[in-house]
Design a protein. Structure first.
Length: 268
C-alpha cells in the first residue's frame, strides 16, 4: 500500500509538471500592438466582436473595393495581429478583403488562450464576417499559419469555407511534443489540436505550404498532414526558416498562393 501511494504521488507530480510545461510551451501571446491598421491600410478597420462564451476579441478588417473573396487569417502561437504586416499586404494586394483576429489573451483581446477557446474564437470571427454586407457568402478563404493551421482546420469542420490554406502546420500537438519532449507521453497532454483526423473529413480545395528547411515544424510533419487529406489538395514546398520562409521564398510563396486562388476563382 505504501508503494502504491508513493507511485500515485509521483504520478500526480509528473502530471502537474506536464501541465506546466504544456502551458509554457504552446501559447506565447503579446499584448502590445506595434501599429494600428489605418497606418498602412487607409480602409483598415479596428473591429471588436464577442464569442459565444462572452469573450470580447479584437481583429482588423482590411477592406478591398475590388475583392471577390475574403481571407480569414489565423496567426501562429506568438505575437499578435500587428506582427503580420507583410502577409496582410500580400493578401490585400491580391485584391482580397482580409480579416485577421487576435485569439483570446493576445493583443487587445480579452481572456486566456486554450485549445477550445481558440476554436470558439475562430467560429465567432466567421460569424462576424457573415453579418457584413461587404463579405460575399460562400467566398471565405481560410488561412492558418503554424498553430493557426490547427485553428483553421477545426473551423473548416464547423463552418463553410470556400478553400483552405494551411501554412507550416503540424498534424497534432503530440507530434510536436515528441520532438521537443520525447520522454513525455502524448496522451498526458490536455491540448490535442488533432488536425490529422479532422483534415480527413474536409472536402474543399486545400493548399498546404511548408518549407524544406523548417526548423520548428519539420516538413515531414507537414507532409504527414497533407497525405491524410482527401483531394482536391496541393502541396507547395518552399525554402527558408519556419518564421521567415514566406519572405525567403517570396516569389514561389506569393505565386503559389495566387495560382491556387486564381484557379478557384477567388481572385482575378
Amino acid at each position: 500500500m505504501r508503494l502504491f501511494i508513493i507511485v500515485l504521488i509521483i504520478s500526480f507530480i509528473f502530471i502537474l509538471f506536464v501541465r506546466y510545461i504544456e502551458k509554457q510551451s504552446i501559447f506565447f501571446p503579446d499584448k502590445e500592438l506595434v501599429m494600428q491598421p489605418h497606418r498602412f491600410f487607409p480602409s483598415g478597420q479596428d473591429i471588436y466582436f464577442t464569442t459565444k462564451d462572452g469573450i470580447v476579441l479584437n481583429g482588423w478588417f482590411l477592406k478591398n473595393k475590388k475583392a471577390r473573396a475574403t481571407v480569414l487569417f489565423f496567426h501562429g502561437n506568438a505575437g499578435n495581429v500587428s506582427h503580420r504586416l507583410e502577409k496582410l499586404l500580400m493578401f490585400y494586394n491580391m485584391g482580397l478583403n482580409v480579416f485577421i483576429i487576435d485569439y483570446r489573451g493576445y493583443g487587445q483581446s480579452e481572456g486566456v488562450p486554450s485549445e477550445k477557446g481558440l476554436y470558439r474564437d475562430a467560429q465567432a470571427a466567421y460569424d462576424y464576417l457573415m453579418t457584413r454586407e461587404d463579405v460575399q457568402d460562400g467566398r471565405i478563404i481560410g488561412y492558418g499559419e503554424s498553430l493557426g493551421g490547427a485553428v483553421v482546420v477545426d473551423l473548416a469542420q464547423n463552418r463553410e469555407l470556400a478553400v483552405l490554406v494551411v501554412d507550416s502546420a503540424f498534424p497534432r500537438v503530440g507530434d510536436m511534443a515528441n520532438l521537443v519532449y520525447p520522454h513525455i507521453p502524448g496522451f498526458l497532454l490536455s491540448t490535442k489540436m488533432d488536425s490529422l483526423n479532422k483534415i480527413k473529413t474536409i472536402n474543399i480545395p486545400k493548399l498546404f505550404i511548408h518549407s524544406f528547411d523548417d526548423e520548428i515544424v519539420p516538413i515531414s510533419l507537414g507532409k504527414k498532414l497533407f497525405d491524410a487529406a482527401q483531394e482536391p489538395k496541393v502541396f507547395l514546398e518552399i525554402q527558408g526558416s519556419h518564421n521567415d520562409g514566406y519572405r525567403e521564398s517570396k516569389g514561389a510563396y506569393d505565386n503559389g498562393i495566387k495560382n491556387f486562388l486564381r484557379e478557384r476563382r477567388m481572385i482575378w
